[in-house]
Design a protein around this ligand. Sequence first.
Ligand SMILES: [Zn+2]
Length: 385
Amino acid sequence: MKIFKAYKFRLYPTKEQEILINKNIGSSRYVYNYFLNRKDERYKESKNNLSLKDMKHELVVLKKELPWLQEVDSMALTNTLDNLDRGYTNYFEKRSAHPTFKKRGCHDSFRTTCIKGEYKNNKYANIIIDLKNKTIKLPKLGIIPIRGYRNLEKDLNIRNATIEKIGLKYYVSLCCEEEINITKSRIIHAVGIDLGVLSLVTTSDGIKYKKLIIKRIEEHIKVYQERLSRCIKNSRNYLKLKNKIARLYQKIKNMRKYYIHEITNDLLRDNELIVCETLKTKEMIEKSYVKSLTKGIVNASFNEIIRQLEYKTKWHNKVLLKVNTYYPSSKLCSHCGTKNEINDLSIRSFECIKCKFLNDRDINASINILDEGIKIAVNKGLIIV
Ligand SMILES: [Zn+2]
């Protein structure tokens, strides 16, 4: 089976290359905003969607009017149109909100496609990575030193590259195609997991992964933000502080991601079958007593856990099963199966009304999730009893 895997490297461009990268980012943003506006206009006029084909034609004209658009990677601009078109179609078909105009300093990036070919027995590609010498060749930018993945030794089949600017740093994410073999694996150990707000992940083995504490960094951000509010907008100090804040936010994001990788790696190492809930996060969180501020973060963490489990189980030839959203994992007694009505979510323990079995609430839920998962696995023939 073919899968896509992303590899992210830090880039070390020269001053000239940096200027060019910024031009690419700026031009992509310009094209995105220009055509978002065009799409909106078209919709207002005639209630229909300006097609991708039409946009590509208009881009050719626009490039003649604005010569600076010709200086940048043309792939980056067409990929921008693809992105916009996808976003707008999703909006059009009521799957997502209306795309918003891009602002400088927020998701500063552009994507270029890898083109490969052969000419007179010579293979060529417009994106070439040299893992030994730690460099990458990118269209219109030339060779740039990279850092990351010290021990990576394989032929990367690159499909596209996203160049990104975060604070003052530059990164490239390579989306690569890889072939993996799938055979039926034997299930020796299975685990059920319960996702929660206080304990991010609780396993049926009784392991709890507490939520990540980042108070110290958040306090730093607060101090910087207070200072920022006293600065003159766009002054040197203002920009310096803004950059510092952006870097801290990135740090938090990285810490969260790293922590989730740790959790999912633990789960994958010890188990062949992992059972989780089907996420209906919105309701799940509204039911609990979380402040509105943390909602988004919890939501994102849950989604990231499931996303990582989905692809990692595939890579390692293991199984991830999801139990039905309506399965009352937190209400059932994992000992006798009696359904208990629980209304107060602040009580952290579970005591069965019938058999008086007492357990931690999340552990009780994760055991129920595992039991339900095993039933599904048996039905699907993944486990032979
Ligand atoms: Zn019971």
